[in-house]
Design a binder for this molecule. Structure first.
Ligand SMILES: [Ca+2]
Ligand SMILES: [Ca+2]
Ligand SMILES: [Ca+2]
Length: 797
């Protein structure tokens, strides 16, 4: 049936070489779209026509070439379509005309003296179009030479070129006529160059100014695992952006395909609002750190000193069937595999009955012993239906070996009520907390039922509390700590979740995901692309968790952002219209072995922003951008507080050179704490520049020298404060102590501001004084604040 349809599609589309009146005019930009058309690299980029399962054949390299050293030999043909194929999807375009050339030869002595061959395109499904034909003479190289025009209405999302003999329904009845071996060489398809890959850049503002969820607005990330090290929070995530491919016309991507994900996305922050994009870790796949795995879902991270060496262990799900771990020299890598097989799989003791041996979450206990929590999926059918629903026993806990890349002993059952997946454990005040995601019922769990009283509903995060990291009977169940995210974020945001909990500077935080960025792009019809969120987690006096509420506001910024250093331009509080990409070389901020990214796809009107930047009272004098300029006239406005806020400075990006350069601009008015918006301007329709890093420099402080000490006069203590103006112009000076304040206007160069403040006590302990100096430096008004400590004195003696 397929072939009959195929014949119909071919009618009228056939352009035999001799019928072409004139080739389309050659253009300088034309290129050959065929890879390895001369078969000099063996069979690279070629495969057997796969339009139908019956179209089998054998391809091999032959030294009987038309040109060069080799050609391809096609044998064991089973249908007339059995022949060599190359994928031109994404290369050929509807409405374009191409010139096709190839050499073909057949030699079967029992075959006819001449034979027609076709170059044919398979556009997917049953749509085949013969492009060019040639009638060959037995034993001689014949030449395909013709042009073909793809109809402007043709869908070319699938376009595979192959070579064949004319169709007949029963070729095996006369194999010498229809299924002869043939040789092919020097294939070319020349025409318009392939269109650029469609943009994956997210054009909407995905994280709204002032809001802190989702954490980032320029890419997706799911199953976040929060990990704290040396004052930074790292979020390891399933790379939901990997297969994101918005249609160039509709802007809508096909639904997420988890099977194509083999990278882990990593971002970090020391304030929980401004996040640095560290790009993707190629964990799995042929070029991955662990090439024996093919997927990288739901990461977990742990640190441990092993044999005196600090190491970081990144666990991940290799699809649903197994879990694995790679080792990092730092939280940012580089990553290597200490294993050649997966860590958790069908032969892991105690995990045999777990359907999905995935979602590995590590815990390193205070005594150094480490554990791994994993598992999920359909409950064993041997259980009664009610047990399958309420207590599916699909999650496991197992001890990790001292090396963190092996397990020891047997996995134990985590009897989490209504459990689905996403087991995670943290420890607080001696108690272990295991949280997990609950299932949605259905035939995998004994049919739809009502959960036992207090048990989670579908797609919620439940938790258990235990005194032991390896003991999780159902009695340790403690409740639901997070309802389904759709309760907070509305239509289009439902589905399962995956959480973690981390402690950072005295507070606990809960991570989860929601397709909120997807919703901002496409409205309530989302395609499953998830974004990371964080909320603060608080506890009742008895240690139970107060249920977490999901908000776009998110968490408070932990500290102001320090601009006085080199920091990566891919540090984003908020952004619009930009993308990021990894480049060679290390990070100026995180070190030579850390990945470095740049901000790219910067168009007129795009912007990036930082939240709560502290310029200090003296303020910033200059800003420096490391920029690779792509368009003449491009510039960066440094604005305060909003995208349309006052301009503190303008960086002229300079002449497009293709080279990275540091460009500095003066700043005015950048004092105190502000959100900072870098707004990008230049010619419309052009990429303006790429950005690597930023650096702000302080305005110099006024030179004022302070001396503060306690003295005794008549048995009473005084605090004497002296501030000398070492500047070359008058300065206003204010002396502040707990015992009084005095201001001096216009203190002359070299002169002192001096006051002895009475404490009215017989003794005084050492304590702080504050000196504020106001003056003019380099033509700018500057306030310098100096804090000093005065000595103590006991005047009673
Ligand atoms: Ca050749
Ligand atoms: Ca853009
Ligand atoms: Ca950078």
């Amino acid at each position: 049936m397929v072939h009959r349809f195929r014949r119909a599609a071919a009618v009228g589309a056939l352009l035999a070489a001799g019928l072409v009146a004139a080739a389309s005019p050659a253009r300088a930009a034309d290129e050959n779209l065929i890879v390895n058309g001369g078969f000099e690299n063996g069979l690279t980029s070629w495969f057997v026509n796969n339009g139908n399962a019956t179209d089998t054949a054998t391809l091999s390299s032959t030294s009987d070439a038309y040109s060069g050293a080799s050609a391809v030999l096609v044998t064991s043909r089973t249908t007339t379509g059995s022949g060599p194929m190359q994928d031109l999807s994404g290369k050929v375009q509807a409405g374009q005309t191409y010139t096709l050339n190839a050499r073909i030869k057949y030699e079967n002595p029992n075959s006819p003296a001449t034979k027609q061959f076709f170059a044919t395109m398979h556009y997917g499904g049953g749509t085949y179009t013969n492009l060019v034909s040639v009638t060959a003479t037995k034993g001689q190289w014949a030449q395909f030479a013709g042009t073909f025009t793809i109809p402007s209405s043709q869908n070319v999302s699938t376009a595979r070129l192959f070579f064949e003999t004319p169709w007949t329904s029963t070729p095996s009845s006369a194999p010498d006529t229809h299924l002869m071996d043939f040789k092919l060489d020097d294939v070319s398809v020349v025409g318009a160059p392939p269109p650029p890959a469609p943009s994956k850049t997210i054009e909407v503002v995905g994280k709204l100014p002032g809001e802190h969820n989702p954490l980032i607005g320029h890419k997706f990330g799911a199953d976040g695992f929060g990990f704290v090290h040396n004052g930074r929070v790292y979020m390891y995530m399933t790379n939901d952006t990997q297969g994101y491919a918005p249609d160039p016309v509709t802007g809508v991507s096909a639904a997420i395909n988890y099977g194509s994900i083999n990278q882990i996305t990593l971002i970090s922050s020391d304030d929980l609002v401004n996040w640095t994009d560290h790009g993707e870790i190629q964990v799995a796949g042929p070029t991955g750190a662990a090439p024996f795995t093919s997927n990288s879902w739901a990461p977990g991270m742990a640190r441990k000193v092993v044999n005196g060496q600090e190491k970081f262990f990144l666990y991940y799900a290799n699809g649903g069937g197994s879990s694995n771990v790679v080792t990092g020299a730092s939280p940012l890598g580089p990553w290597t595999s200490e294993r050649t097989t997966t860590l958790i799989n069908g032969s892991t003791p105690g995990a045999e009955a777990v359907a999905w041996k995935f979602d590995p979450a590590p815990l390193v206990d205070d005594d150094g012993q480490a554990y791994l929590y994993f598992g999920g999926g359909p409950a064993a059918t041997s259980m009664p239906a009610a047990e399958r629903f309420n207590n599916p026993k699909n999650i496991r806990a197992i001890e990790l070996g001292d090396d963190m890349v092996s397990t020891q002993g047997s996995a134990v059952v985590v009897d989490a009520p209504v459990a689905f997946e996403a087991g995670h454990v943290f420890k607080r005040q001696g108690k272990y907390y295991l949280s997990y995601s609950s299932h949605f019922g259905g035939s995998d769990f004994g049919g739809n039922q009502t959960p036992l009283p207090g048990y989670p509903g579908g797609g919620q995060i439940g938790y258990m509390m235990s005194d032991s990291p390896m003991s999780w009977p159902k009695e340790t169940y403690a409740g639901v700590l997070f309802p389904n995210q759709s309760q907070f974020f509305g239509a289009g945001t439902g589905g399962n979740n995956h959480q973690s909990v981390f402690e950072f500077e005295g507070k606990y935080y809960f991570t989860y995901h929601a397709p909120t960025l997807n919703k901002r792009i496409n409205g309530n019809t989302t395609q499953g692309y998830r974004s990371p969120h964080i909320q603060e987690m608080t506890f009742n006096p008895d240690g139970t968790i107060r249920q977490v509420v999901g908000t776009y506001a998110g968490v408070d910024q932990v500290r102001n952002f320090n601009p006085y250093r080199v920091f990566e331009a891919e540090t984003l509080g908020w952004s619009k219209g930009i993308a990021t990409a990894k480049i060679d070389g290390g990070s100026a901020q995180f070190g030579a072995s850390a990945p470095n990214l740049v901000v790219r796809d910067v168009d007129n009107g795009d912007w990036t922003a930082l939240s709560a930047v502290d310029f200090g009272t003296g303020g910033a004098k200059t800003v420096t951008a490391k920029v690779r300029t792509l368009a003449a006239g491009a510039r960066i406005q440094v604005r305060l507080d909003s995208v349309a806020g006052p301009v503190a400075g303008t960086i002229q990006a300079g002449t497009p050179s293709g080279e990275w350069a540091e460009v500095t601009a003066a700043l005015d008015g950048a004092t105190g704490v502000h959100d900072v918006y870098f707004t990008y301007e230049g010619p419309a329709g052009q990429d303006l520049f790429e950005l690597d890093s930023w650096k702000f420099d302080r305005r110099a402080d006024l030179p004022v020298t302070v001396n503060a000490q306690a003295r005794c006069t008549s048995g009473k203590a005084y605090v004497a404060v002296q501030a000398r103006n070492d500047h070359n112009a008058p300065v206003d000076i204010t002396l502040e102590t707990p015992y009084g304040t005095r201001s001096f206007a216009g203190v002359a160069p070299g002169a002192n501001a001096y006051q002895s403040f009475a404490t009215r006590s017989t003794s005084v302990a050492a304590g702080p004084v504050t000196i504020r100096a106001k003056g003019t430096l380099d033509g700018n008004d500057v306030t310098t604040v100096i804090t000093a400590e005065h000595t103590g004195a006991n005047c009673a003696a």
